[in-house]
Design a binder for this molecule. Structure first.
Ligand SMILES: Cc1ncc(COP(=O)(O)O)c(C=O)c1O
Length: 409
């Protein structure tokens, strides 16, 4: 047992730190890879965040589609606190009570029909489960089929494999050479995909059902159906990256369920544990079998504390029917955005929406919105992304639309 002492060496050391507030200190001590922080927050509840000065801000980005139950949902905070007092970590040499329950629920939500069951692997982020998905597909396909095809503008994370699968050149240029064997086709270009697959050696096609990071661009339903058919024809696996779209965000548990296609592999993260770092890889049972002991792993993946957060999040989502909330509130927000002066068009599904402005002023509108008390996210010069908590109220939607109107004008 470690006893607390009144004045410890760490107090002395921290006392020597010059403290200027979250924003300034972040800029001083952390790397600059995210650029200068736009604000600093100390607490949150529902769709509201509170900054260091006590100012309330409406969060319509939801930690980038993470805080689907709002900030600090009581059921999740309680579960984390209770688990933190029981057992935080053991290692993957040992089992815990929570991980199998989370895996069971994920399996039921991804593959609700009998006979379609799969298996789950847990990691700590979206990029990591995409890495795992690529390795699993390669392991399943064998040494003759090592290529992976992704979509232009698709995003799968910043680690080297996930970055190689990403189809956004701007994020990749400085890190060449990347992992070999990746190629990309335009979303909607069935002929190009067929030509890539016909070259042979493709283990998997990886894609997002909605291109979230590229500006909430909807992939045509007919193309998604063709991808499935072509994967079957050429013996490639279909990996759907539902890191941003999963867990009810688009109005279904997973976005692929809008399209009637069945993936072989699904990756998920973000909303799965309300902000506790968790990623999950689901694969059809036959594909999942390709991972043998020692093939893959991560120290923290599936540990009790992370799994308690995921379990509380997913059970709460099921209890409140999160996809139905996303569909209903998403329809209100989309209607409001479509009738907001200065907005040319609205894309997306449920509560993952993109608003394309008539002018190339998205960064300025996002900045002004924050000053007025609303967080939205600018993608490129003309798109604003909205991913508020699925529990956002109609009142909060009206308030956000009022702020946005002022910011745009
Ligand atoms: C579709 C998609 N895949 C993967 C990632 C990477 O996830 P993470 O940032 O947790 O590594 C993201 C993150 O934005 C994403 O939107």
């Amino acid at each position: 047992m470690i006893d607390a002492v009144t004045v410890s060496p760490s107090d002395v050391m921290l006392g020597e730190m010059e403290i200027h507030g979250a924003v300034a200190d972040t800029a001083r001590y952390l790397m600059n890879n995210y650029g200068a922080p736009k604000a600093g927050f100390v607490s949150g509840r529902g769709a509201t965040l509170i900054d260091e000065s006590g100012r309330e801000v409406l969060d319509f980005l939801g930690g980038i589609a993470v805080c689907s139950l709002g900030h600090c949902p009581p059921s999740v905070s309680d579960a984390i606190a209770a688990q933190a007092h029981k057992l935080i970590h053991t290692s993957n040499y040992f089992a815990n009570l929570e991980a199998p329950k989370v895996a069971y629920l994920i399996d039921r939500l991804v593959a609700p029909s009998p006979g379609e069951e799969g298996r789950v692997f847990f990691a700590n982020s979206g990029a990591e489960v995409n890495e795992a998905a690529i390795k699993l597909a390669r392991r399943y396909a064998g040494p003759e089929r090592t290529r992976v095809v992704g979509l232009k503008d698709g995003f799968h994370g910043r680690t080297m494999g996930a970055l190689s699968a990403t189809g956004q050149e701007g994020k990749k240029t400085a890190f060449q050479p990347l992992v070999p064997g990746f190629s990309h086709v335009e979303a909607g270009d069935t002929e190009a995909l067929e030509a890539e697959l016909a070259k042979g050696g493709v283990a998997a096609v990886i894609m997002e059902p909605i291109l979230g990071e590229a500006g909430v661009i909807e992939v045509p339903a007919a193309f998604i159906a063709s991808v499935r058919e072509l994967c079957d024809q050429f013996g490639a696996l279909l990996i759907l990256d539902e890191v941003q779209t999963g867990f009810g965000r688009t109005g279904k548990w997973f976005a692929f369920q809008h399209f009637g296609v069945k993936p072989d592999v699904v990756t998920m993260a973000k909303a799965i544990a309300s902000g506790f770092p968790v990623g999950a890889l689901w694969a059809r049972a036959e594909v999942a079998k390709a991972f043998l002991p020692g093939d893959h792993g991560t120290t923290f993946g599936g540990q009790p504390l992370a799994m308690a957060a995921a379990l509380a999040t997913i059970t709460t989502m099921i209890d409140i029917d999160a996809p139905a909330l996303a569909a209903e509130r998403g329809a209100s927000l989309a209607r409001g955005l479509a009738s907001t002066p200065g907005i040319a068009s609205v894309s997306g599904k449920g509560l993952l929406l993109g608003a394309t402005l008539k002018s190339a002023a998205a960064p300025e509108v996002a900045k002004r919105s924050l000053e007025l008390g609303l967080i939205v996210n600018a993608i490129g010069t003309s798109v604003l992304r909205f991913a508020p908590p699925l529990v956002v109220t109609e009142f909060e939607i009206d308030r956000a639309l009022e702020i946005l109107k002022v910011a745009i004008s």
